[in-house]
Design a protein. Sequence first.
Lengths: 255, 233
Amino acid sequence: MIKVENIHKSFGDAHVLKGISATFDSGKTNLIIGQSGSGKTVFLKCLLGLFEPEQGNINYNERMYSSLSTAEKRDLRQEMGMVFQGSALFDSMTVEDNVMFPLNMFTKQSRAEKQERVDFVLHRVNLVDAHKKYPSEISGGMQKRVAIARAIVMNPSYLFCDEPNSGLDPKTAILIDTLIQEITKEYNITTVINTHDMNSVMEIGEKIIFLKDGLKEWEGTNKEIFKTDNTAVTDFVYSSELFKKVRQMYIEERN
Amino acid sequence: MAWEVFKKPTKWSIMRSLILKEIDELIFGSLGIIIFIAFFIGGVVTIQTALNLNNPFLPKSLIGFAARQSVILEFAPTFTSIIMAGKVGSYITSSIGTMRVTEQIDALEVMGINSLNYLVFPKIIAMFMYPFAVAIAMFIGVLGGWIAAVFGGYAPSGEFIKGLQMDFESFHVTYAFIKTLVFAYVIATVPSYHGFYMKGGALEVGKASTTSFVWTSVVIIILNYILTQLMLG
């Protein structure tokens, strides 16, 4: 579980996060949504420890990040997995080497043990015949799967995903969403996903936090988002004709 | 940046393979162009010296002497370093810059890896092999000069070799290698800095490569002047 208490973050005169508090539960897919410039990426980078907030606390299973020593912070980082928007695979390495990279860096496992673990996670993300290929030789959807495999290879307690569906077709996007949700439940990971994708919100939004101008505007689930009267949320979520109709149908059905 | 590069080192087994890879790419990968340029520069220096020594009272051995001094003191260490600033420097900036743009550096940081140590330290260590490349450049430069002198009809082989041995000061070679080591550090670090701290997209990677080449060359030329004044002045 990650508990965020009143965090503030500024860059020069720009006050990006203005006191956000939230709790992200383990075994659930927690989504952060909001318009561009609302502070989602900065918030995610604070959760990852890449930005240190000026004020407030972030607790990872009762461990307050700001009070940890450098070595403890390093250990905590090894409990985190991250799926970047552009996958961020090392393009000079094969798929197999990308996934094995954290094992090489942080474990003393034998080559056979590492290979077994890599085979297992690649099989888990449904990539069985791409071991020796380079990132440039596989599709965007496959790259996302490799990124997920690399993120979970160390058995992380926390999984962070920045726009995991960006650039993917709707069908592949749903497959990636489903995969992330399955892995979250299977390994009881605290998963935090930064997304713009309304399909993800409806499909896997077990807990949704809506940010607006650096503040938490709304919090709820994908069921509750249909019922909310918060205009900032409805304007954002139901901006497309399709979702407007979906919501109308839901309201009509409820009445 | 300098402190971060040497802080929190990457596991030795990984670092060893990274260093070997960088030696292969930065040093062995540059030998071809270094040899090519050194050979022809040695030849041109010899021809130009010979054409300017038209006084019959001056011995032909001076051609060999001038070629040796020019190649060892200046052309092999400094000229080659400017070429390396372009070839190796732009490679370093663009490879690290591309990693920045595609979030690969962020991925390293998220994993708890000291990205500066992982990316820059192996390049610095690999560039310590650079004096070997410059030693080859010195030899090939002098060889180019000998071939130009003998086969161009500017000086007989014996006179040229006599000039090569004339008033030889071993400190000049030491001076050249000290310069080379300093330049090696500059070639590894200045382009790394420009790549690591760049912001933007693909276009900025190209701009950063150009900027890094300009700054690396400027730093090399200024340091060349300072070191020459300190060691030979």
